[in-house]
Write a protein that binds this ligand. Structure first.
Ligand SMILES: Nc1ncnc2c1ncn2[C@@H]1O[C@H](COP(=O)(O)OP(=O)(O)OP(=O)(O)O)[C@@H](O)[C@H]1O
Length: 581
């Protein structure tokens, strides 16, 4: 944690020094006030010296103004440093996540990345703010208070000897009991978030299966768990506040009880008693504040560790030191003896896969569910890196291209098309901000999306909900295809991107695509045989291996798996009459 904070607080070093000075000033002010007060009582009030009362009161006023200004400044600057550090850490964590490969993202999981970027960062932010605004002045106040209290009356210091350890033990014990519920509060808040997130996302499934009651019970369970632990924590916090006040007040009573008779005997001055009471309160409050902040440290340390884990993760697909560009114009995409395993998985998902996709041609990949098609496409777009073997584009290994070059060379339409909240136009311009409206309409036309966008109330400016929730699955796919086409890539990868289209649209789209991206290299993953039968080459993937490759007609003769895929599709009579080889 210290390393992370030292690095991140470096830009705020001057402000931190200034806060330290301000805290010192405000602590000195707080320490001076009781002594001045004692002076007013003893040498002004009791001595009936009005002049002394006024002069010392004026001085006290000046000290109070100075102390209050310094305290305000320290808290303001402390908040600025804390918030600045928070913003900085959030940006750094998000930046690190953006560099993650698909594998890194899967390893962490979305919910924890969100929690780490928000709540863990907040934990550190609060800790830094509390340290700068409260903890820094505590030692000055506590030590200064002890010295000055002794200066007022040594005999009463017995009360300090008892009160300080008692305060530490009481607060320490309560804090120890609060540690577990505070951690649990975090986990249970996470649980409520998780259930809620799942339920809101899956609301349609819940309705379809009429599982409302079941889900309500599930949410109520998580909600009650959260309330139970929050109540337990609240009770402990109430004890905490109560015990703190009790210790301070009992100590005050002890001081009055022990000091009062000594004043009556003339051994002690009234001002000293009042000053001693003030110092005692300051010392006890400082000790408690310091302990409260120190109590945050273990949780902040855990959060720092979780943030650090994200920041120090070496991206699974690192950028090369010096990126190279593939040749301009038509390029061949070659996958050579590519193998890949997901971390923790027993068997490799892809084994020694060979594939050549030539420019001006469409190469299709088919295979049963889980055969490794998406993984193979992810290797081609370098969302993942091969375990062994290679993927080259125009003879250049994809690992030698930086991300900008790669994304301008390869256009990927993923299996699950994602649209961002905004408008149709803002989504289409996502990868090509300069595109004109005319270009957008043209891309929409090729993607067979022009008609439905024209029919929308605001055309290109029609709002789109987060994730594309306000358009249908097929419309979302077509918009995602149009988005990829706008950027004019050398290689296009369509991962099951036509699955939600009806046959006619699918056919019209492929014909328009063939005209538009004629010289580009096109790789299509599809389940539907009609989508791929006209492909120049079809690669049949089975359990991560290339089982066969060739044209539709060739494969009907040579590949039993391909024949099975064709036979399984409704309305297909093509395999009739062909013997199983
Ligand atoms: N992040 C991951 N971690 C571990 N295993 C994974 C991960 N992603 C995919 N797999 C596994 O890898 C195998 C291949 O998955 P992949 O998504 O490449 O198959 P696919 O052929 O595209 O399937 P589908 O046709 O259903 O989309 C599957 O067995 C899957 O369970």
């Amino acid at each position: 944690m210290l390393l992370l904070l030292r690095h991140r607080l470096r830009p705020h070093a001057k402000t931190v020094v200034l806060i330290l000075v301000l805290q010192l000033v405000q602590a000195l002010g707080l320490l001076a006030l009781p002594a001045l007060n004692a002076d007013v009582i003893d040498n002004g009030v009791l001595a009936r010296d009005t002049g002394h009362i006024f002069s010392r009161s004026g001085l006290m006023l000046a000290v109070t103004v100075l102390q209050a200004s310094a305290a305000t400044g320290a808290i303001y600057l402390g908040a600025r440093v804390g918030l600045g550090l928070g913003a900085d850490l959030r940006a750094a964590t998000f930046g690190a996540v953006l560099r993650f490969s698909a594998r890194d993202l899967a390893r962490f999981g979305t919910p924890t990345l969100i929690t780490r970027t928000t709540q863990d960062v907040r934990q550190l932010q609060v800790m830094v703010f509390s340290t700068l605004s409260a903890l820094l002045s505590a030692p000055f106040l506590a030590l200064g208070g002890v010295v000055l209290a002794l200066g007022q009356d040594v005999a009463l210091s017995g009360v300090l000897l008892v009160a300080i350890p008692v305060a530490m033990v009481v607060i320490g014990l309560l804090q120890r009991r609060m540690t577990a519920p505070s951690r649990e509060l975090q986990t249970r808040t996470d649980a409520v978030n998780r259930v809620l997130r799942e339920q809101v996302t899956g609301i349609r499934v819940i309705r379809a299966f009429v599982r409302d009651r079941h889900e309500r019970v599930r949410f109520a369970g998580a909600n009650t768990d959260l309330m139970t632990v929050a109540t337990r924590l609240g009770r402990l916090q109430a004890y905490f506040a109560g015990s703190a006040l009790l210790v301070v007040n009992l100590s005050g009573i002890a001081v009055v009880a022990l000091g009062g008779p000594r004043i009556a005997d003339g051994d002690m001055r009234l001002g000293s008693l009042v000053a001693f009471l003030s110092y005692l309160t300051q010392i006890l409050i400082s000790v408690m504040v310091a302990m409260s902040v120190v109590e945050m440290l273990p949780r902040a340390k855990v959060s720092a560790g979780r943030i650090n884990e994200v920041l120090t993760t070496e991206p699974g697909v690192p950028d090369p030191a010096e990126g190279r560009r593939p040749p301009a114009g038509p390029v061949t995409l070659t996958v050579e003896k590519a193998s890949f395993s997901y971390p923790g998985a027993e068997n490799p998902v892809l084994q020694e896969v060979d594939l050549i996709a030539r420019p001006g041609e469409t190469t299709a990949i088919v295979g049963s569910t889980g055969a490794g098609k998406t993984t193979l496409v992810n290797l081609m777009a370098r969302l993942l890196d091969v375990g062994s073997g290679s993927v080259t584009i125009g003879g250049l290994d994809v690992r030698e291209m930086d991300r900008d070059t790669l994304s301008s060379t390869v256009g990927l339409v993923p299996q699950r098309a994602y649209l961002f909240s905004g408008t149709i136009a803002s989504n289409l311009r996502y990868g090509s901000p300069e595109a004109t409206d005319e270009q957008l309409w043209r891309a929409l036309e090729i993607a067979q999306a022009r008609e439905f966008v024209e029919a929308m109330p605001a055309g290109l400016e029609t709002p789109v909900g987060q994730g594309g929730s306000t358009v249908s699955g097929g419309q979302r796919q077509r918009l995602a295809i149009a988005r990829a086409l706008l950027a004019q890539h050398q290689v296009y990868l369509f991962d099951d991107a036509f699955s939600a289209l009806d046959n006619t649209t699918d056919e019209a789209l492929r014909a328009a695509l063939a005209r538009e991206v004629g010289a580009a290299t096109v790789v299509v993953v599809a389940q539907r045989v009609s989508t791929i039968r006209s492909a120049d080459r079809i690669v049949v993937l089975d359990a991560g291996r290339v089982e066969a490759s060739g044209t539709h007609e060739e494969l009907l003769r040579t590949s039993s798996i391909y024949r099975e895929i064709v036979r399984s599709q409704p309305g297909s009579h093509e395999t009739q009459g062909l013997g199983s080889k």
